[in-house]
Structures are given as structure tokens and as C-alpha cells.
Design a protein around this ligand. Structure first.
Ligand code: ARG
Length: 460
């Protein structure tokens, strides 16, 4: 006998170091609440269906409730010898209520049990993630609202392209996060399914009621195939994939904040509370939090690749490989929750240097498109207007000035279509204002965009 709950057919025990390699209790203890929740639903169902007597059910339930309190107070001591959270809790239950505790496992297996725990766990956590995303979106909207009139250079290829409202730039991240939120929300319907009662793989001979236990746990659905129920980890892959895309968005935003807070840009200043100093260079104020978030995108992608790779070759149904689904998921959850909280605070407290941004669009050629459009409106073919403007840009570069500094004579020498009204057109404010196509950066469009965003937030 090996002394294990499953030890009947064994003649000797594994050595401790072997147990340690196989154990998941070091990390799956994070499922303690869900495991107890699942067990309470299961034993209730066993009572309702007459598989266990009311008395047995009451005793077991009482024991599970006691374990819940202990878990809540951090009073449970887990052991590697009991391998995982399921066996640890079952052992504790038997120690607490006696051999009747051994009846809890009637009609179920650890395979459907662990899958149930993961579904319960993620369903709850995904909702928390969605709330955090929404909170961050609110902060973005607030920052955007305060910067509708803030002019900023818009970039392509990291070269100044066209002037924009800084709010428009910020709001881009709102929409990325909106899609993230929608993806997480939509994934809930694939998490909200109960695998409990699938047994090891084939179902069970006991007259269980899977729909009842599902309902008791708050699941809307049950898996239709017991083998699928115990071997599906798609919902975890989906969580990791949604998290990866979220991290890609956060990482892009982080990269911009890192650039913007540099001496070269100086568009924003991060609050001291979200910055760090250098141990050697006293002048430094580093955007460590943004850098870390950018870096942490890597580990989340890694977790996604890790699980996809674990799953790709395993035959049906449960295989121990699947125990490898947990650490990456816990780590991802921890990472995205931390990143979202930090990012929200970082953006809420950052100062936008409106003057620097404003100066930037007055000292560049991002109004060149305006001149080309101006000439095209006056009847010149756009291709020609583009060339004329390009020549004027070159002239300015040679003289070390900008388009607005050119005299009317200089401009008219390039094209007699140009009149004095060109100066109004070339003003960056005008360039922004005139872009009032739907979804454009025009101030009025940005206001509409923000109003629509706010409406999305109320719907969540
Ligand atoms: N600790 C295991 C896991 O996380 C639980 C399921 C074990 N099932 C089994 N047949 N060994 O996957």
C-alpha cells in the first residue's frame, strides 16, 4: 500500500522527489474556493438524486463548509504527498468527518473535477478583468476629454505626418480595449459550461443529474460529450489569447508613453509615484512601469504558446500533460490584472505637456497635406499639387523655416493659384478642425467619438 487515496493497487510508495515532480498542489491550491464550491454542488446533487442519504450529504456538506471557513482564514496546510488540491481537500474532509467523507467522490473523477474548478475560476476572473478594462477605459476618456483641443503631431513611420487632436490619439486605445473587453465577454459563454459528471472520461453508472449540479454552480450549460468535457482546454487557450492581444495593446501604449516621456519628445510627464530613479544617475526619472508592462507582454505570449504546444499532441481524453494548463493561466491572470491597474494609475496621474505638443505641430511640416489639398481644391490635379508642395517643403528646409513662414510671393511663385487665405488653411488648428469626416480627428468628430465611447461604457 502506498498510503495514497488511490494507493490500493500499489505495492510501494513513490519517493518524495518523484511525488514532488508530479504534484500540482504548489499552484493549484489557488483553486481551493472553486474546488470546495464544486464539491458542495456535487454532494448536494448526490443527495437530491438519492445516490447518498440526506444524513451522509449533511455530514459531508458540513465538513466542506468547515474547510471553506478554514480556507478563508488561511488555516489549511497542504501537502505534496496528497498531490493536488482535489486529493488534499478530500483527505482533509475524511480526517474531519470520517470514512463517510470518502463518499463525496461517488460518480465523479478528478478529471471532471479539475476541469470544473478551472471553469469556475476563469468565469469569475474574466469578469474581474472586464471590470478593470472598463475602469482603464474611463480614465482614457477623462484624459481625452481634457485634451480635445490639445494639438499633437500624428505620426506614420514615426515621422510627423498630420496634426491631430491629442484626444484622438488617446482614444485609439479606448477602442482597442473595447475590443479586448468584448472578446473577454464573449469568451464567457464558452467558459460557462459544466464538465462535472463527465467522470474520468465516459460518464458514470450512477443516476447523477448533471444539469442540477451545473445549476447549483451557476453554469448555464453542460458539456454534451463527456470526453470533450474532460479534455477541453480551449477556454484557457482563449483566455491566454485574449490576454495576449490585450498585452499587445498595453505594450504599444507603453511604448508610446516611454517615447513621450523622453527628453526628445517631452509630451507627457509621468507622476513620481509611477516612475523610478537611477542608482547612479541622479537626474534620471525612468518610466519603469511602462517598460515592465511592455516586457510582460512577452511572458503572456509565452504562456499562450506554452499551452498550445502542450495540447497539440495529446490523445483523448485526460492526460497528465494537462496539469500544465494552470501555471501559465495563473501567471497570465496575475500579469494582466497588475498591468491594467498600473496602467490606469499611470495614465490618470500623468501630465500632458500641452505647450510642447502645441509647439511641435507649429514647428514641422505636418501641414503639408493641407497645402496640397488646398491646391487640389483650386483645381490642380492632386499629383501636381503634391509635387508643388514638396518643392516648397524643400525650399523651407534649405532656408531653415516652415511653410507658414513663406511669403505670399514665394508661395505664388510656386503656383499662382495660391492666395492670402492659404495661411488660415495652413494653421495646424485648421488642419485638425477641417478633418471632420466620420471618425476623423476634427474636434467635433472627436467629441462625437467620446460621446459614443461613454455610451459603450454604460453598456459595458
Ligand atoms: N492535478 C491534476 C491536474 O491538474 C488533476 C487531475 C488529475 N487526474 C488524474 N487522472 N491524474 O490536471
Amino acid at each position: 500500500m502506498s498510503g495514497k487515496l488511490w494507493g490500493g493497487r500499489f505495492q510501494k510508495s513513490a519517493e518524495q522527489w518523484v511525488d514532488e515532480f508530479g504534484a500540482s498542489i504548489g499552484f493549484d491550491q489557488q483553486l481551493v474556493t472553486e474546488d470546495l464550491e464544486g464539491s458542495i454542488a456535487h454532494v448536494t446533487m448526490l443527495g437530491e438524486t438519492g445516490i447518498l442519504s440526506k444524513e451522509e450529504v449533511n455530514t459531508i456538506k458540513d465538513g466542506l463548509e468547515q474547510l471553506k471557513v478554514k480556507a478563508h482564514n488561511n488555516e489549511l496546510t497542504f501537502s505534496v504527498a496528497n498531490e493536488d488540491i482535489h486529493l488534499n481537500l478530500e483527505k482533509m474532509l475524511i480526517d474531519l468527518v470520517g470514512p463517510v467523507g470518502g463518499k463525496l467522490h461517488t460518480g465523479r473523477s478528478r478529471n471532471d473535477q479539475v476541469a470544473t474548478d478551472m471553469h469556475l475560476f476563469l468565469k469569475k476572473r474574466v469578469k474581474e478583468v472586464v471590470e478593470l478594462i472598463a475602469k482603464f477605459q474611463e480614465t482614457i476618456v477623462e484624459k481625452a476629454e481634457a485634451n480635445i483641443d490639445t494639438l499633437a503631431p500624428g505620426y506614420t513611420h514615426l515621422q510627423r505626418a498630420q496634426p491631430i487632436s491629442f484626444a484622438h490619439h488617446l482614444m485609439t486605445y479606448f477602442w482597442m480595449l473595447q475590443r479586448d473587453k468584448e472578446r473577454f465577454n464573449e469568451s464567457v459563454k464558452r467558459i460557462d459550461i459544466s464538465p462535472l459528471g463527465a467522470g474520468a472520461l465516459a460518464g458514470t453508472t450512477f443516476p447523477i443529474d448533471r444539469e442540477l449540479s451545473a445549476k447549483l454552480m451557476g453554469f448555464s450549460n453542460v458539456y454534451q460529450n463527456s470526453m470533450d468535457a474532460v479534455s477541453d482546454r480551449d477556454f484557457i487557450v482563449e483566455f491566454l489569447s485574449n490576454s495576449s492581444l490585450l498585452m499587445a495593446h498595453l505594450s504599444r501604449f507603453a511604448e508610446e508613453i516611454i517615447l513621450w516621456s523622453s527628453e526628445e519628445f517631452k509630451f507627457v510627464e509621468l507622476d513620481d509615484a509611477f516612475s523610478t530613479g537611477s542608482s547612479i544617475m541622479p537626474q534620471k526619472k525612468n518610466p519603469d512601469m511602462a517598460e515592465l508592462i511592455r516586457g510582460k507582454a512577452g511572458r503572456v505570449y509565452g504562456n499562450l504558446m506554452g499551452l498550445l504546444t502542450v495540447l497539440k499532441g495529446i490523445p483523448l481524453a485526460y492526460n497528465k500533460d494537462m496539469q500544465e494548463d494552470k501555471e501559465g493561466m495563473f501567471d497570465t491572470l496575475h500579469t494582466i490584472v497588475g498591468a491594467l491597474k498600473i496602467f490606469e494609475g499611470m495614465v490618470r496621474t500623468m501630465t500632458v505637456s500641452k505647450d510642447t505638443l502645441n509647439k511641435a505641430v507649429h514647428q514641422d511640416f505636418s501641414n503639408a497635406t493641407e497645402l496640397a489639398d488646398y491646391l487640389a481644391t483650386k483645381g490642380m490635379p492632386f499629383r501636381e499639387a503634391h509635387a508643388v508642395t514638396g518643392k516648397l517643403v524643400f525650399l523651407c528646409i534649405q532656408r531653415g523655416i516652415y511653410l507658414l513662414d513663406l511669403s505670399l510671393e514665394d508661395l505664388q511663385e510656386a503656383s499662382n493659384l495660391i492666395e492670402a487665405d492659404v495661411y488660415d488653411v495652413l494653421a495646424p488648428e485648421a488642419a485638425v478642425k477641417r478633418r471632420h469626416s466620420l471618425g476623423g480627428t476634427g474636434f467635433d468628430q472627436v467629441k462625437i467619438q467620446i460621446a459614443n465611447a461613454k455610451e459603450k461604457l454604460t453598456l459595458n
